[in-house]
Design a protein around this ligand. Structure first.
Ligand code: FDA
Length: 539
């Protein structure tokens, strides 16, 4: 039969309709959105919190909290949908519809994951971004607070300081870090030696489980409550809010930073610090930041160790303490500044101490390309060992490299290594964070920098913990091992799991098997359920 013009145009119209609708569902978000609409009882407001690549604001919503530019390239796999709930009740449909449509969920709080796991995945996925859920209520009388997990630690610190000048919370240094990932992985800052980790100070939580139930500490049970305080939240559900125990801080604290270069005896002072920093009075926290700098003397380059400190008291008691325990540093009154605890938060974050409002900013001024790794040190590194590190820092790739040495001891030694999943307690002198940064114009050469930090990590092996070579989950490092895209055996996951959690890995796997046996909440380093469940259920 010959096609007449009218049958031709009819066929063409049908083809267009068919191919258009196919194109939309091939994007993969169509069915999910339809499901969301049904599950939300056709509540039209749901469309205001759902973004697909067709929306003009999709890219800005995706990128606004990304903290590592390595995962902003065109080749980074993007979500099919981003949902930014404004009410907790909007989360249950997201879980249901992701399951129905074979999509993974990546939960994002502050977006600081070092390997981008909260916003990038090679399998079809939806981002559940919690930034609209950030209510914080502080109960100064009872020294507690409820904080929704879309909040940042800066927002939390700000709200605490609005209520009291003598209450604080022992969490991280960078204000834009989100409480969702940070608290569920441990979370530490300058109050570590006095009060332990953020996760040590959580007393209740609310979570949506894989079946969409909202649970609190009592209804989730002690096993799951244990797991989400240091085991990483992403394996167990969507944490909605934490109830935290606030801690006492004096009205006046003292801060100082003293820089020492190689010709100012840096090697010997760093060497000495390793023997004493974990034994200081627990009110005293002195960390060291090591980097390469230009030498003022001859225009050459040198290594600089910055001794950066918070003391929970006034300068009058700090000076004799330092004279007695660390005279080599040569601390003098003029290097010290007394301030309130909230001002010390700004000082440590590198902001003017008058600019308290910046704690409410959710975006960092200086987002960069970087790769990081961690180590734990259990016996002091020899002077020769330190000099070998300096040598690596003189290499070309280390222009913007940094090592941050954070002392343990104090409260950290007194908490049992199985109290929460975070196991790095007594026996550790300090933790090292290794970091290397590079500039956008060097993206093509990223491998050069990543290879450099791997070389540094190999060099460090004889000097740091081994069997396992321990690591901190909040400094996520996919080099230490990853899961399969499908299911992962206990032994494969142990490769990275034992490094982060030591003997607690076993209990985490048992909790996971109980609460999410089908492994819905998963990523490259999520806790797997025991395979036997799969075998029994024939999946
Ligand atoms: P993000 O949103 O990327 O989440 C991280 C992980 O937690 C992801 O797997 C995510 O899915 C999961 N997750 C997030 N919210 C969840 C929720 N509500 N329920 C379930 N799972 C959830 N650490 C530290 O201890 N002390 C410090 O001082 C610093 N400083 C620091 C500075 C900078 C600039 C960066 C980039 C990072 C740090 N960190 C840190 C590390 C930080 O603690 C770590 O990256 C946290 O996991 C970040 O939590 P976010 O919520 O911001 O990340």
């Amino acid at each position: 039969m010959m096609n007449t013009p009218s049958t031709c145009s009819l066929l063409f119209a049908l083809l267009v309709i068919f191919s258009c609708s196919w194109a939309v569902s091939s994007d993969g978000h169509d069915d999910f959105i339809q499901c969301m609409s049904i599950q939300s009882n056709n509540d039209s407001s749901i469309s205001n919190v759902v973004y697909t690549p067709n929306d003009t604001s999709y890219s800005s919503i995706l990128n606004f909290s990304i903290q590592n530019l390595r995962f902003t390239s065109e080749t980074t796999p993007k979500p099919l949908v981003i949902v930014t709930p404004v009410q907790e009740s909007q989360i249950q449909p997201i879980i249901y519809c992701a399951k129905e449509n074979g999509m993974q969920i990546r939960v994002r709080s502050g977006g600081h994951d070092y390997e981008g796991l909260s916003y990038a995945s090679e399998v079809p996925f939806v981002i559940l971004d919690l930034f609209n859920l950030r209510e914080i209520s502080v109960d100064a009388d009872n020294k507690t607070a409820w904080v929704q997990t879309g909040s940042t630690i800066g927002e939390l610190y700000y709200r605490i300081s609005e209520t009291s000048q003598t209450l604080g919370f022992p969490a991280g240094v960078c204000p834009t870090v989100g409480v969702g990932g940070h608290f569920s992985g441990g979370g530490y800052g300058a109050l570590l030696r006095k009060y332990g980790l953020a996760a040590d100070n959580i007393i209740d939580a609310r979570l949506v489980d894989v079946n969409g139930r909202i649970l609190d500490r009592k209804s989730m049970g002690e096993d799951l409550f244990w797991a989400i305080r240091g085991g990483g939240g992403a394996s167990f559900g969507v944490i909605l809010a934490w109830k935290i125990q606030l801690v006492d801080v004096p009205e006046k604290v003292t801060v100082f930073t003293i820089d020492k270069t190689l010709d100012q005896n840096a090697t010997n002072i760093v060497h000495r610090w390793q023997y004493i920093a974990h034994k200081f009075d627990e009110d005293l926290f002195i960390r060291i930041l090591i980097r390469r700098v230009n030498s003022s003397q001859d225009g050459g380059r040198t290594i600089q160790a910055s001794f950066n400190s918070l003391y929970l008291g006034g300068v009058g008691t700090l000076l004799p303490l330092m004279q007695q325990s660390f005279p080599e540093l040569g601390l003098q009154r003029e290097y010290c500044t007394e301030m309130s605890w909230i001002e010390s938060i700004l000082y440590f974050a590198g902001f003017p101490i008058e600019s308290r409002e910046v704690l409410q900013n959710r975006t960092q001024p200086n987002v960069r390309y970087f790769k990081a790794k961690t180590d734990y040190v259990q016996k002091p590194i020899s002077r020769n060992g330190l000099e070998g590190i300096w040598k690596l820092f003189f290499e070309e790739e280390a222009e913007e490299a940094e090592m941050i040495l954070s002392p343990y001891g104090g409260r950290m030694d007194k908490i049992s290594d199985s109290a929460i999943p975070f196991p790095h307690r007594a026996g550790n002198l300090y933790k090292i964070q290794h970091l290397v940064y590079w500039e956008p114009e060097e993206v093509e050469a990223s491998d050069k920098y990543i290879n450099w930090i791997r070389k540094l990590y190999s060099y460090m092996a004889p000097y740091v913990s081994n069997f396992p070579r321990a690591a901190y989950i909040n400094y996520r490092d996919l080099d230490i091992g990853v899961n399969n895209k499908g299911n992962t055996s206990y032994s494969q996951a142990s490769i990275w799991g034992i490094k982060y959690f030591k003997n607690n890995f076993n209990r985490l796997v048992h909790v996971k098997t109980k609460v999410d046996p089908a492994n819905f909440f998963r990523n490259e380093q999520s806790i797997p359920p025991l395979y036997s469940w799969w075998n029994k259920n024939g999946k």
